[in-house]
Ligand binder design. Structure first.
Ligand SMILES: Cc1cc2nc3c(=O)[nH]c(=O)nc-3n(C[C@H](O)[C@H](O)[C@H](O)COP(=O)(O)OP(=O)(O)OC[C@H]3O[C@@H](n4cnc5c(N)ncnc54)[C@H](O)[C@@H]3O)c2cc1C
Length: 305
């Protein structure tokens, strides 16, 4: 039962009809390919529409949640109450000298490929990270020794009152898989990244190398959300899981990847509950075996059935 049908009618006054969906299955918008329906799912076309949507949510006390490509999300089977906002129509990438100005709904990998075209170095690490620039800012995404913190100059955000502000590098409080954007649930609109002039062939070689390493080590053939757990200080999550004899462990359609134990995959039509049960099981066994607490890197949202 959708409790927000009247609110959806109000949003119809702000957004075009094709930009509002009711009871939208979140499995269509997450890389895990699981998740129940969002009551209202919107894709505003511009900042004006976005600000109006957020102000309306605030006024009517309707919860809202921003998603990128859902590549770090586990949405529970009961779905999400309120409004899910996707910035798929905010995807402009603008390069001037060695500064990239990019809207936060743009693909991070595509942005890194654009940087390559201009022989700009610094985003090589990001080529294989699925997701939007906004998601990468919120999560301070990183890989192979690079992270968003290294390249970000500033991020333009929308706060909960619908005010637009620019956060400087320091104000972004970028840390291991966290940021002020994530902590305060700001909406990242666009950002500027500072890259270095480099050699096209060198940059391409690094990208190809990192992509090759991913394909070799990661179970990219199955839906997942990347590394399920954060790296505990002094350990590697995958190694702890493997040493706990959990490689290949399945619950329902969810499995600990045989290829990389740090990944829980949707092996065969898993539900979010299968994945959550497997996460809890892994956490318990690793705690019992090694007295280490595995914290999820994947963000778990929504309601159970
Ligand atoms: C195969 C695979 C490999 C991966 N490898 C890596 C890796 O090497 N390194 C790494 O760091 N991650 C990795 N990930 C995880 C994921 O790709 C990153 O966390 C990515 O940055 C998430 O981006 P997204 O747009 O999909 O965000 P989502 O998953 O949609 O959202 C993640 C969080 O960001 C918030 N968010 C999204 N957009 C915005 C916005 N515009 N404003 C404010 N908040 C926003 C959401 O509210 C949510 O809290 C991997 C995932 C997969 C599936």
């Amino acid at each position: 039962m959708n409790h927000y049908l009247d609110f959806a009618k109000e949003l119809n006054l702000i957004l075009s009809e094709e930009d509002i969906k009711l009871d939208e299955p979140m499995k269509k918008h997450t890389s895990f390919r699981v998740g129940g329906p969002a009551d209202i799912f919107v894709t505003p076309k511009n900042v004006d529409e976005l600000v109006k949507v957020i102000r309306s949510c605030k006024e009517r006390k309707v919860p809202y949640f921003i998603i990128g490509f859902g590549s770090n999300l586990l949405v529970k089977d009961g779905g999400i109450r309120g409004v899910v906002i996707k910035l798929s129509k905010f995807s402009n990438i603008d390069i001037k000298d060695n500064v990239i100005k990019v809207q936060c709904g743009a693909s991070l990998a595509k942005t890194a490929r654009e940087a390559l075209k201009y022989s700009l170095s610094g985003l090589e690490f990001a080529c294989g990270i699925p997701g939007t620039v906004g998601g990468a800012v919120a999560m301070n995404a990183g890989a192979y020794g690079g992270e968003m913190k290294d390249v970000l100059c500033n991020v333009t955000i929308l706060d909960h009152d619908g005010n637009i502000k620019i956060l400087s590098h320091d104000e972004l409080e970028l840390g291991y898989r966290t940021s002020a954007v994530l902590k305060n649930q700001y909406l990242a609109l666009e950002c500027e990244m500072n890259l270095k002039n480099g050699e096209y062939d060198e940059i391409k070689k690094t990208i190809d190398d990192l992509m090759g390493r991913r394909a070799e080590k990661q179970p990219l053939e199955y839906p997942s959300a990347g590394s399920t757990f954060k790296r505990p200080v002094g350990y590697f999550a995958g190694k702890l899981i493997e040493d706990s004899n959990l490689k290949g462990k399945t619950i329902g359609g969810a499995a600990v990847s045989e290829k990389h134990s740090g990944f829980i995959i949707n092996k065969s039509q898993a539900t979010a509950k299968d994945i959550l049960d497997l996460i809890s099981h892994v956490q318990k066994i690793v705690k019992d075996e090694f007295d280490v607490t595995l914290e999820t890197e994947v963000r778990i949202i929504g309601e159970e059935i």
